[in-house]
Design a protein around this ligand. Structure first.
Ligand SMILES: [Cu+2]
Length: 157
């Protein structure tokens, strides 16, 4: 009995520290061009209910918006705001990636270079606030969520 308890306790300790309130942020990074930037990451949801990323803020930016990139009806790639937020399916994942969904940083409060850390506070409908830090990495490539990566080279995201 005692041995079983110790084994169970050891297994608990081995759990990753990110098991908080159902959602966790995977592989976040920021791409910065001048006074603005775009942040990409994956959102994992371990809960049996859907969640939604409804807003974001950052001490490093004057304004933060949830945005998506994609081709308009005229075929031209453009960005637009996502007022309803990013839905994250139950027991699933939502990918924010170059050429698609992203968190936009505007009016950066300091100049950021490669390797600098950026802090984001993400607000989820169910999980509440999740704070995440990520490096600036303008060279990292993620697979485009939608459309060609050519848009990426032109706009910075
Ligand atoms: Cu944008």
């Amino acid at each position: 009995m005692k041995l079983t308890l110790i084994a169970a306790f050891a297994a608990l300790l081995a759990l990753p520290a990110c098991a908080h309130d159902g959602v966790h942020i995977i592989d976040p990074y920021a791409r910065v061009i001048g006074p603005s930037g775009a942040v990409y990451f994956r959102i994992g949801n371990d809960e049996a209910v859907d969640d939604t990323l409804i807003s974001a803020s950052s001490p490093d930016a004057g304004m933060v918006m949830l945005m998506t990139s994609g081709a308009g009806s005229d075929g031209v790639m453009k960005m637009s705001g996502v007022p309803d937020g990013f839905a994250v399916p139950a027991n699933g994942e939502r990918v924010l990636a170059s050429g698609g969904d992203h968190v936009m940083l505007m009016s950066l409060t300091r100049s950021l270079k490669a390797g600098d850390m950026v802090t984001l506070v993400l607000t989820f409908a169910k999980a509440g606030e999740v704070q995440v830090s990520m490096p600036v990495d303008n060279d990292r490539k993620t697979p485009p969520a939608v459309g060609p990566t050519a848009f990426d080279a032109q706009s910075g995201h």
